[in-house]
Design a protein around this ligand. Sequence first.
Ligand SMILES: Cc1ncc(COP(=O)(O)O)c(C=O)c1O
Length: 434
Amino acid sequence: MNKVAAGIPALVLAKVETFNPGHSIKDRIAVRMVDDAEADGRLKPGGTIIECTSGNTGMGLALVACVRGYKTIFTTSDKQSKEKIDMLKALGSEVIVCPTNVEPDDPRSYYSIARKLSQDIPNSFWCNQYDNLSNREAHYSSTGPEIWDQTDGKITHLVVGVGTGGTISGAAKFLKEQNPNIKIWGIDTYGSVFKKYKETGIFDPKEIYPYITEGIGEDILPANVDFDLIDKFEKVSDKDAALMARRLAKEEGILLGYSAGSAMQGIIQLKDELKSTDVVVLIFHDHGSRYIGKIYNDNWMRERGFLEDELKVLDLVARKSDKTFFSASPDQTVKEVFHLMKSNDISQIPVLENDKNIGSLTESKVLNYLIENPMVHADQKISSIMEAPFPLISSDVPFTQLSKYFTMKDQAVLTKDLTGAWHILTSYDVVQAI
Ligand SMILES: Cc1ncc(COP(=O)(O)O)c(C=O)c1O
């Protein structure tokens, strides 16, 4: 890592797991859980694979199932990105979306529903990546050795987001067997039980509350987490993780998932514990394509208060549901323009001539004219009754400066985008955008 790691005294390397066929590290455990279940007869030909998954394990399992002829049913929680769910469906899987904000043992939780399905469906196998130790074994036999070889044994710190705990525990076991001095740091979220449990041995339900980060943190203690192998946990907030994932994309050119932002932010928070001779390896679990509608979407970020940048006029234009731009030309008649406004339900219209903003008409001006003048005058050209043009402002004027353009007289402003297309922002549009 280069720019984002500039303030960290150590060498910071990333193991980028997006090159797996399912674009996440979870392909490793999918193959291993299926191999082990086939080997001891828990999974039989033509069977149904069931799993509760935030999406990535499901993706890996769906790929294995396609190749080996199994059906797949996944339970997932309603905070997972739509992209993840749609991808599972694209591979022929059935996906059941369950509520996030229920206790793990609530019959509606994604764990309970997976368990129930596995009891009800004959010839089915519930992988249960949380407690199935094939999960961490996959990382003990692949991820750990790869990191050791790829750093020529120079790794001093492994930093990993923790969900089921399979990645960190499997890789840590292998690495600590090679060099017991390697430090293993787990990255946790606010709203998860891991950090407090590691520090106090207490499973504290008060630590549990809904959070937005995907893939890491838990409200249970999965059997795959080996707390003895993890030296410490660091919590990263939803906002900091999301902002860091965006920096990884824009500054390092690597489009990654939410938990990659957590891992990178975590090591920045812990930088004072590192020295120049240290070699840190971060694991980045999945690809950013799954989060395009979320952390990489400015509106999604703003709605959660994660983006502090100011809204600009162009952002407000983008939020308009109907962006059709109506204008009149000065030689149109009052009748024509009145009809145009009435049939399109608009109360003000700019008057343009040769792409120049030369005047405006409001509904009240037209109405007053028609009331005061008999209908015979409706064929009058609007140039004779139009008012001053609406203010034309730059599309990057900040939202907070808009108020000075809206007056009793001017209920709209005009702007042009980079393609030269005209847009109108009425006071109604601004209220809608707010
Ligand atoms: C995006 C993402 N990051 C991190 C993790 C955590 O990995 P593990 O379950 O091996 O602890 C997961 C697991 O689901 C994940 O999907």
